[in-house]
Design a protein around this ligand. Structure first.
Ligand SMILES: NC(=O)c1ccc[n+]([C@@H]2O[C@H](COP(=O)([O-])OP(=O)(O)OC[C@H]3O[C@@H](n4cnc5c(N)ncnc54)[C@H](OP(=O)(O)O)[C@@H]3O)[C@@H](O)[C@H]2O)c1
Length: 341
């Protein structure tokens, strides 16, 4: 008799440079995981390539399903289908959700049909909505707050350029005329803001779920460091930013001598994600908000300062819930975690 699958792993951007490397690393680490690649276009060559690569490792359970993160309707449809399939026992409960998909743009884009800057909706609002909408599908834990499943948000050091009120300030009025080029600095702040808001809101969600008591989700951010490879994000960069990225990539072996996060292949962070998703000794201190930079762990509020401000965190979580049009009964206000690291 075939061994039962141990759980479903959902990877958004599962055919992207990092997402596909994570899928392969998980297929190698845990042969009994069901891999669900959440991708924009299931017929894309990159999707077929990663599925073939995974099947080449050995017998594996893998599939791709469509999700467009610029449309809440698509996110809701994906989440609802997935939860129904889990309830019918077509696929096992979710053991890990990796929010890896992201977009980068250096022009002022038209608002999405939901009324948001597409960078903000793709990188922040939709991963948040997806996580909340999948709550009914995560593996139940042993009762301990982090024992159930992992939600790993792929972060980025660009977050340090981010501003919490950026989208309200710049884009709340509709932004500038679509097609207007943005200066590199402005594009970086826009991208960093989307990543900062996503991470902060997700830690707020984790705290809120902990207070609600019965939803054991370990939600954290992992910054994969600089990566050499075929990231499609870099094709959207203006030439000045792309030049810096390429120069860093070509100096990778040298830069690694000075900093392990400077520039790696995608396999390095991918293996760390696979290890976190199937950790035999999961972290014990469930009070702690963990932020990973590769495999180094930090107390999240030492990196995302707003996590120390309860009122601002409450406002942020409320704003996110309103923007993704969710009413969550029984959710309680997040409070700062003790900074014990
Ligand atoms: N590359 C780096 O140096 C670097 C450094 C630090 C952090 N990161 C982070 O690593 C993560 C992965 O980046 P990457 O380098 O692997 O980039 P990538 O190759 O461009 O992958 C991004 C993925 O996101 C998907 N995506 C974009 N918009 C989408 C939408 N509307 N709906 C659904 N999927 C969408 C893309 O799908 P399509 O295939 O359809 O385009 C692609 O698969 C990102 O979160 C990024 O911020 C990257």
């Amino acid at each position: 008799m075939a061994s039962p699958l141990v759980g479903t792993v959902i990877i958004t951007g599962g055919s992207g440079a990092l997402g596909s490397a994570i899928a392969v690393a998980i297929a190698k680490k845990q042969p009994l995981a069901h891999l669900l690649l959440a991708v924009r276009d299931t017929s894309a060559e990159s999707v077929q390539q990663v599925i073939e690569k995974i099947r080449g490792i050995g017998p594996r359970s893998v599939e791709a399903a469509r999700v467009d993160l610029t449309r809440f309707a698509s996110v809701n449809e994906f989440a609802s289908n997935t939860v129904q399939r889990i309830k019918r026992k077509d696929i096992p409960p979710i053991i890990a959700l990796v929010n890896s998909a992201a977009t980068l743009s250096y022009v002022s884009d038209p608002l999405t049909t939901d009324g948001f800057d597409p960078v903000y909706q793709t990188n922040c609002l939709s991963p948040f909505l997806l996580t909340v909408s999948l709550l009914g599908g995560f593996r139940a834990g042993t009762g301990d707050a982090d024992s159930g499943a992992l939600v790993l948000n792929i972060g980025c050091s660009a977050m340090s350029d981010g501003e919490l009120d950026y989208f309200e300030r710049k884009w709340g009025q509709g932004g500038s005329t679509p097609g207007t080029p943005l200066r590199a600095k402005e594009g970086n702040i826009r991208f960093g803001s989307s990543k900062l808001l996503m991470s902060a809101a997700m830690y707020g969600l984790r705290r809120s779920l902990r207070l609600a008591g019965n939803i054991p989700l370990n939600i954290c951010t992992l910054d994969p460091g600089g990566m050499a490879g075929n990231s499609r994000l870099s094709t959207n960069m203006p030439s000045s930013v792309r030049f810096t990225h390429r120069t860093r990539a070509s100096l990778r072996p040298l830069m690694r001598i000075f900093s392990k996060t400077a520039m790696n292949t995608t396999n390095v962070p991918a293996k760390i994600v696979a290890k976190l998703a199937f950790d035999d000794n999961p972290p014990q201190d469930s009070e702690l908000d963990r932020y990973y930079i590769l495999d180094d762990v930090y107390e999240a509020s030492s990196i995302i300062r707003v996590l120390r401000e309860q009122t601002k965190m409450e406002e942020l979580l409320r704003m996110m819930m309103q923007q993704v049009r969710l009413g969550m009964e029984g959710m309680q206000s997040p409070s700062p975690a003790p900074s014990s690291m």
